[in-house]
Design a protein around this ligand. Structure first.
Ligand code: BGC
Length: 752
């Protein structure tokens, strides 16, 4: 798929304006006639209200509600629905006006509302989700979701299709930036709270891509067939990727779960009865609906019977073929009713029916920018600070060199369906309209301008970094050299290695040789290798930091705010340390296709053996194999230092208590991370993250905190009873500032 999202702006704009004017009237009229109906009584439960609606629906209406109407605005040239309430998003399901059921307008919104420029609208670009997860802050995740929900609603959408929660099994996955890291508790808590924030604005949220869709290479087969086959034992799946979904579902209660393009243990995810019916709906008790990824439906009867409730974006399988299958009895009517019930109960539960969306509000870009900046400050991670070279002293510093990565004009963003349109176009190469699928896009948040403003007595000069000799000359004549480097990532393409692309390692080496005070700022979608690490004084992981990125970075560089981010992913020393030293299926020829934007389609679907690591994803793998990473999961420095002491654990393992002290001279926020090793009988040679908390502390202050430990994270999946259970025996709980630094330990024993 190429150039998704391009469209004739003026045509769209004219239609949109007409739509805005008329939609309100249409909605008002429909709700007036249906207002008196019993299901409009908000005192009834969402399930009862949904049942009442289903009883009134004709067969045609029941079928209409379980599929979209086509690719529409997503792919140029596809027909645009004539309906006035279509909102130019990734998907659209017409409402049922006579019953007062509004249309569902879905928008991609992983890191901000996508395709906003199509209607000359503004959308806030938030920091990458992996950055958000690195804040270890559920409150930041709630705010993140609230920004998305607010702007979706302001723009006329009533459903988000962000919510990516695929675990970082494969850190070279092009979508790593869209997902919440490698640990089920951190990822589930982060994404669950994002959904909560979205739904607080009466906008439906979803989580995706269910499940084990942890790389892009081979994600779809030829002619729309399902993609690579993730091979994994049921127990390992339950204790890793599925656990992240389970935790997020418990916190956020999303309206929908999007099933993935790939196969799992031989069966396409969107017609995989084990995944959808058995695990999601029965074991996890999910009450919302399962929507297919775009083009991820492959059958009518098999999908319907396996638990898929909605085909997106079109009606190939869930349009006329579904109606025929119900009429002929191949699909029981009760199953179709159940699909509709799940969709309708979610509309009621999220408040979409009681608070219909009227796309008339203007997004407040300043509020969005401030929120994005606040989250970015918590998401960036200080990885090295020798000297200490940081924080910079604005009063005394006289010269700063900024080198590379377009740091004069902007910050990098991630591509694919998580791409947000930058205001005024790409900061590097401005053009009007929406961004294309494979573009590398910079947002207008300029480090150069912000640093100049913050250090008015210094000469702050920029060098593009494309000519190493001139970059070195500038670095040599500056007190400090800050080298910005990047690793563009996007959907439909994996990175062949963890190395920085485009000779950027060479640039850093050369600058570091010329200036002993070199600081590297990484704008990457995930971990990268750092062959130059010993030669530089400072390293900051800024991820793709969003529209407030340069402001946040400046505050951190000059110590106006302290670093509180901790890595949500392990940084390996080399590709060789990963469970798969090469991305499975990513040959040079496939990479050439992916880079050209022809997506991650491969001729022959292949197996990706997730049993190599099993449930030992990320730091667990490193522990299991006795590998020392470059930077461990949970790692991050600050300008102050913290001491952890007095770990105690409740007799039933429900919580751990410890004392955290700020032993430095500056205000800061510590992150206490609690890990547990299961009793020996579990057969696991690694710890699991079971609880965490951020603690703000004044210099010298000390606090005792009691952190709840998540029982699911201390459970194994029992193949006999098909549920998570806690094994009897002794659990060793440890705590500290990262997965690799947990000096404190305590035990509790569960009786048989
Ligand atoms: C992606 C989804 C996205 C959908 C709609 C698919 O290609 O995998 O994450 O929501 O497109 O844009």
């Amino acid at each position: 798929m190429t150039m998704r999202g391009g469209w004739m702006l003026w045509n769209a704009l004219a239609l949109a304006i007409a739509a805005c004017v008329v939609t309100g009237a249409v909605m008002a009229a429909s709700s007036a006639s249906a207002k008196a109906e019993p299901w409009m009584n908000a005192a009834l439960s969402p399930d009862v209200r949904a049942d009442l609606v289903v009883q009134q629906m004709t067969l045609a209406e029941k079928v209409q509600l379980v599929h979209g109407v086509g690719w529409a605005a997503l792919i140029p040239g596809h027909p645009i629905p004539r309906s006035l309430d279509y909102n130019f998003g990734a998907g659209y399901v017409p409402g049922i006006k006579r019953l007062g059921i509004p249309a569902i307008n879905l928008s991609d919104s992983a890191v901000g509302v996508r395709l906003a420029a199509i209607q000359s609208r503004y959308a806030t670009l938030l920091p990458s989700v992996v950055g958000l997860a690195s804040s270890w802050n559920p409150q930041a995740a709630l705010l993140y979701g609230a920004v998305l929900g607010r702007e979706l609603r302001d723009q006329g959408f009533d459903m988000s299709i962000g919510g990516g929660i695929n675990l970082t099994r494969e850190p070279r996955d092009g979508r790593t930036f869209e997902f919440a890291g490698e640990d089920p508790l951190l990822a589930g808590t982060t994404v669950g709270n994002v959904i909560k924030g979205i739904e607080s604005h009466h906008v439906m949220g979803d989580i995706k891509h269910y499940a084990l869709n942890d790389q892009e290479t081979g994600r779809t087969g030829m002619h729309g067939a399902a993609g690579f086959n993730a091979v994994i034992s049921r127990r390992a799946a339950h204790e890793s990727d599925l656990l992240a979904f389970q935790i997020a579902l418990g916190i956020g209660h999303p309206s929908a779960v999007m099933c993935a393009y790939n196969r799992v243990n031989g069966v396409a995810a969107c017609q995989n009865k084990w995944l959808l019916d058995d695990v999601l709906k029965h074991e996890f008790g999910f009450k919302g609906w399962v929507v297919s990824d775009w083009g991820g439906t492959h059958s009518t009867v098999a999908s319907a019977l396996a638990g898929l409730d909605m085909e997106m974006p079109g009606d190939t399988y869930y349009g006329a073929p579904l109606q025929t299958a119900v009429e002929s009895g191949k699909i029981p009517l009760a199953r179709l009713d159940n699909m509709d019930q799940r969709i309708l109960r979610s509309l009621f539960a999220a408040g979409v029916v009681d608070h219909p969306v009227l796309p008339r509000t203007v997004v407040n870009p300043f509020r969005g920018r401030r929120d994005a900046e606040h989250i970015a400050e918590q998401s960036m991670v200080l990885l090295k600070n020798a000297g200490p070279v940081l924080p910079l002293d604005a009063a005394s510093i006289r010269s700063i060199a900024l080198i590379g990565s377009h740091a004069d004009v902007g910050v990098l963003s991630g591509g694919g369906s998580a791409q947000v349109d930058p205001p005024g176009g790409d900061a590097v190469d401005p053009h009007a309209g929406t961004s294309h699928w494979q573009e590398v896009v910079y947002f207008p948040s300029s480090p150069l301008r912000n640093i100049r403003r913050r250090a008015p007595h210094a000469t702050v000069a920029f060098n593009a970094g494309t000519d190493i000799a001139s970059a070195v000359a500038l670095a040599r004549n500056s007190r400090v050299a800050i080298v910005f480097v990047n690793q563009p990532m996007r959907e439909g393409m994996d990175r062949p290695t963890l190395a920085l692309p485009d000779n950027q390692d060479e640039l850093i080496e050369a600058v570091a040789a010329a200036n002993p005070h070199t600081i590297v700022v990484l704008e990457t979608g995930g971990p990268v290798t750092m062959p130059w690490l010993a030669k530089v004084q400072g390293v900051i992981e800024a991820w793709y930091p969003g529209i407030g990125g340069a402001q946040a970075l400046t505050h951190l560089l000059f110590g106006d705010v302290d670093f509180s981010g901790r890595l949500a992913v392990t940084f390996p020393q080399s590709d060789a340390q990963l469970p798969h030293p090469h991305v499975t299926g990513l040959t040079p020829a496939v990479f050439a296709h992916e880079s050209a934007g022809t997506s991650a389609i491969v001729a022959q679907p292949f197996d990706v053996d997730y049993n190599v690591a099993g449930a030992a994803v990320g730091y667990k793998w490193f522990e299991l194999k006795h590998l020392t990473p470059l930077f461990p999961f949970g790692y991050g420095l600050a300008y102050t230092t913290y001491a952890f002491a007095d770990l105690k654990v409740a007799a039933d393992g429900a919580s751990a208590t410890l004392t955290v002290t700020n032993v430095g001279k500056r205000m800061g926020t510590a992150v206490a991370e609690v890990y547990a090793r299961l009793p020996k009988v579990a057969g696991e040679a690694y710890p699991r993250l079971v609880g965490f908390e951020r603690i703000a502390l004044a210099p010298g202050a000390s606090r005792s905190v009691t952190i709840p430990l998540n029982p699911l994270c201390m459970s194994i999946w029992d193949s006999q009873t098909h549920r998570m259970l806690r094994l009897p025996g002794t659990y060793t709980v440890s705590a500290g500032p990262s997965a690799a630094a947990t000096a404190l330990s305590a035990t509790f024993t569960l009786a048989r």
